[in-house]
Design a protein around this ligand. Structure first.
Ligand code: HEM
Length: 331
């Protein structure tokens, strides 16, 4: 039988600390030590649920590149989840009345980092699939589309006030909405109006299915983030005149606007151009939007933080990148 001499003072200290911890919760430390005794050592594969994760790629056609397509979408959704994790921390902090400039700055910085990783890896889609294969397996996926990514819509809701993601035609009249206006503005978000059938102008099936599954969840989220989105959270902060975070936050928020509303958007647009531009009937391989008019930022002008941009910058939104990356013009 071991006695006190068999244990180092550090181990005895730890046992005492543990005993106090469990006693404070009315628990018996001895049962928990039994638990430790019988538990298996943790493995990497169990901890990160590796078997489940690697079982989630289930192509529905025989074309090998469909797996690339599925996996890259999953990678993107995981990054989106990381972003939402940071937005959630901002919201908690706002609701607890504890938000500080430094905390908000770090959250926005992280989200930017995630989006930069996504934008810089998008070539996996643009160049990494055989175009002929893509056009074939994509037909089997209709009417599903990345358009139905709810996490993408959530990122927008958490970033800015709801009027900023309304369709351009309504943005002015909806500016500075009250929380009572939310359900009405919500009906006029840009993506709802963008997803109309090329010919008839009626809602696409892609949109109808999305609305059925996510509308109420997204509206709840819009309410929850009414005062806790990044734009409102930043506006609620007070800075001292020499606050070093003020300029840094402004800088990171401008990057967030560029990352979500220009860089990712255009990297994604580039993939649509690469695979779908060929001839008009190929447009069928989408969720049915007029994507050439819908996807480019210079048409939609989605801008989360207009107050951070000059008139000229707002006017030129997305143009330089399109010229350079899509048309190869440098000026
Ligand atoms: C070859 C690759 C891709 C092509 C050709 C493509 C094509 C398209 C098209 C044409 C649309 C417009 C909606 C429609 O008519 O379906 C769209 C929307 C969308 N896609 Fe993709 N996509 C690709 C990859 C991805 C990936 C990897 C993601 C990551 C989740 C994604 C997420 C989205 C999102 C969020 C939208 C909505 C954008 C908005 O509303 O502005 N797409 N995509």
């Amino acid at each position: 039988m071991p006695n006190n001499k068999d244990f180092s003072p550090e181990i005895l200290d730890k046992l005492n600390a543990l005993q106090k911890k469990y006693a404070a919760m009315g628990q018996d430390i001895s049962s928990y030590l039994d638990g430790l005794l019988y538990a298996d050592f943790l493995t990497y594969w169990d901890y990160i649920n590796l078997d489940t994760l690697l079982n989630l790629q289930q192509p529905i056609t025989p074309y090998p590149d469909e797996k690339v397509f599925i996996i890259y979408h999953q990678i993107t959704e995981l990054y989106f989840k990381l972003c939402l994790h940071e937005f959630d921390r901002v919201a908690h902090s706002v609701k607890a009345g504890e938000l500080t400039p430094g905390f908000l700055l770090e959250r926005v910085r992280r989200i930017n980092r995630y989006f930069e990783a996504l934008t810089s890896s998008f070539d996996i889609m643009v160049d990494g699939m055989d175009a002929g294969e893509f056009l074939k397996f994509r037909m089997s996926l209709l009417p599903a589309s990345g358009f139905q990514s709810a996490q993408y819509r959530k990122i927008e809701i958490c970033s800015t006030s709801i009027d900023r993601i309304a369709h351009q035609n309504h943005r002015e009249k909806f500016s500075n909405p009250s929380i009572e206006d939310l359900p009405h503005v919500f009906k006029h978000l840009y993506w709802r109006e963008g997803a109309s059938e090329l010919k008839s102008g009626t809602k696409t099936l892609t949109l109808k299915q999305f609305e059925k599954k996510y509308d109420s969840e997204l509206l709840d989220m819009a309410e929850e983030y009414f005062s806790a989105n990044i734009r409102s959270a930043a506006a609620s902060l007070t800075f001292s005149s020499d606050d070093k975070f003020k300029d840094e936050l402004r800088h990171e928020m401008r990057w967030l606007d560029v990352n979500v509303n220009i860089n990712w958007t255009l990297a994604h647009y580039k993939s649509a151009v690469r695979y779908l531009q060929r001839n008009p009937e190929d447009i069928a391989a989408t969720g049915g939007t007029n994507w050439q008019k819908y996807l480019p930022p210079r048409f939609q002008k989605r801008i989360f933080f207009p107050e951070l941009w000059s008139e000229q910058e707002l006017e030129d939104w997305g143009k330089t990148w399109v010229k350079k990356e899509i048309f190869g013009i440098n000026s």
